[in-house]
Design a protein. Structure first.
Lengths: 367, 126
């Protein structure tokens, strides 16, 4: 299959992007300044990410749709306010995670942002479950960009007036060059920021205007270091079909109200795990010194027993040291537990730590 | 005059008498991106031509560093372990990796001169 290009491909080239294939798309991994500078620029100023490879699924419907989606997602969708967003996941009956996603209630129904590698399968699963009752569009005509970092609100508001008044995890329709754009105050970097859904033909112009106001394009490389420092999961690495939301330490994202009723796909397992506990759980891991423990690195306890595995690990530019996440047996998941990481045949000391590695306060409410 | 040669694994080697200084080329650092970790061979250890003699890691991945000639490690550059970003800043001079007392000077003959290396680097990265 030929790799796809996003509508910003030309702009990426103009900015000297290095490309990699990611989920069937040619995506920029970094630009000329490199991952560390791009990461820091996002933390200190404002970075733009092309995330157009991600799925934008619009499902049209009213009250019935909310009810039907509640059979799938462990969320209180009936009481979700218009234009508010929630982080959630698509599970199977064993509560294995097929994707993690952001769902937003819009006037027309719901907008769900899906991972690029999962979107086609997600569409199939949802379509089958909803039995063609609702119009569903996995929109290929719209691009998605994220603008993240402390200056982003000011920069974006200069181009699209009013966005600075959005609250965290909420959105609305705005206009740019007479085009309807849907903007949410959200992101995946641990910074204040926005995600902007805009028709393909206008994304280049919008992005160039944001660059002219002082923001910069940032590649997937820095997106990965930023999200890992922020303690956020990457599907296919930290989350997959063999892991449940409880094991992934994401129970905060499951509605308590819905657990008490227990009528969503995977609810039996979720309830059981919440009551009985889990054997493995996702934790933050801080290696001592500078050694980087990457995905699949084995984790040992102090008696040299294999107790888990790293699922994401890199160098965190803002932490200025190595950072990692992984799954360990529950009894070794307490903060400050000493563990050892096997890197190139040698065991290196590390400790279990709380997430995130890097914390900045999001804009929660401006109104 | 000291002699500088280059390997296909993108190391440079500068020979002064029977002591060789080894590092990675600017081209290598450009391919790797930001280097955030470096591991060097132990002083006093012996390394064999084309064998692993260290590791560098960028934010993206780990890569082995090979030694272009055999010998005994007589010195290592702690400065690049403490601050690996120095490797990106000055790869072919102050950010050297290790020094070897070389075993067989004829191994130098198997390596490329600057012109050949530049050509090789250009061809392999195209």
């Amino acid at each position: 299959m030929e790799t796809k290009k996003t509508s910003l491909y030309q702009l990426h080239q103009d900015c000297n992007a290095k490309f990699v294939e990611f989920a069937g798309y040619q995506m920029p991994i970094q630009y000329s300044e490199g991952i560390v500078e791009e990461h820091k620029f996002t933390r200190n100023h404002s970075g733009i990410f092309d995330v157009s490879h991600m799925g934008q699924l619009f499902i049209y419907g009213g009250e019935d749709l909310s009810k039907d989606l509640e059979k799938i997602f462990p969320l209180d969708l009936k009481n979700l306010k218009l234009n508010h967003s929630k982080y959630s996941f698509l599970m199977d009956k064993d509560a294995g995670i097929h994707d993690d996603l952001i769902i937003t209630k819009t006037k027309e129904g719901f907008l769900i942002i899906l991972n690029a590698a999962c979107k086609d399968n997600d569409f199939k699963i949802l379509k089958e479950f909803l039995e063609d009752k609702y119009k569903m569009v996995l929109d290929e005509n719209r691009s998605l960009i994220a603008i993240q970092g402390p200056k982003s609100s000011e920069i974006l508001n200069d181009v699209i007036d009013g966005v600075k008044d959005l609250n965290f995890m909420s959105g609305n329709w705005f206009t740019f060059e007479n085009q309807k754009v849907y903007i949410t105050r959200s992101g995946y970097t641990g910074e204040d920021g926005f995600e902007i859904s805009i028709v393909n033909d206008f994304v280049d112009q919008l992005t160039r205007e944001l660059i002219n106001k002082g923001s910069k394009l940032i590649g997937l490389g820095a997106r990965d270091t930023l999200r890992l420092e922020a303690g956020l999961c990457l599907y296919g690495h930290d989350l997959d079909k063999d892991k449940t939301p409880v094991e992934a330490n994401l129970k905060w994202a499951i509605s308590k109200e819905r657990i008490s009723k227990g009528d969503f796909i995977g609810s039996d397992i979720i309830i059981k795990q919440l009551n009985d506990g889990v054997s493995k759980i996702r934790v933050g891991i801080k290696p001592e010194g500078r050694i980087i423990a990457r995905e699949k690195t084995k984790i040992f306890n102090q008696s040299d027993v294999h107790i888990g595995e790293i699922t994401s690990g890199t160098f965190g530019p803002s932490v200025n040291g190595p950072v990692a996440m992984g799954y360990v047996e529950n009894e070794f998941s307490k903060k400050n537990t000493k563990v050892f990481l096997e890197v190139r045949g040698k065991k290196h000391p590390a400790s279990i730590c709380s997430l995130p590695f890097y914390k900045k306060s999001y804009v929660k409410g401006v109104n | 005059m000291s002699q500088v040669k280059y390997s296909k694994e993108h190391e440079w080697i500068k020979l002064d008498g029977d002591v060789a200084t080894i590092g990675i080329t600017k081209h290598a650092t450009e391919m790797l991106g930001d280097i955030v970790f470096a591991e060097l061979p132990e002083k006093g250890s012996s390394v064999e031509k084309d064998g692993t003699a260290g590791v560098v890691e960028s934010t993206k991945a780990a890569s082995d560093v090979y030694t272009p000639v055999s010998g005994e490690v007589v010195d290592t550059n702690q400065a690049i372990v403490d601050d690996p970003s120095k490797i990106n800043q000055d790869p072919e001079d102050s950010a050297w990796f290790f020094k070897l007392k070389i075993k067989d000077p004829s191994e130098m003959d198997t390596l490329m001169n600057k012109d050949d290396y530049d050509k090789f680097a250009k061809e392999t990265s195209a």
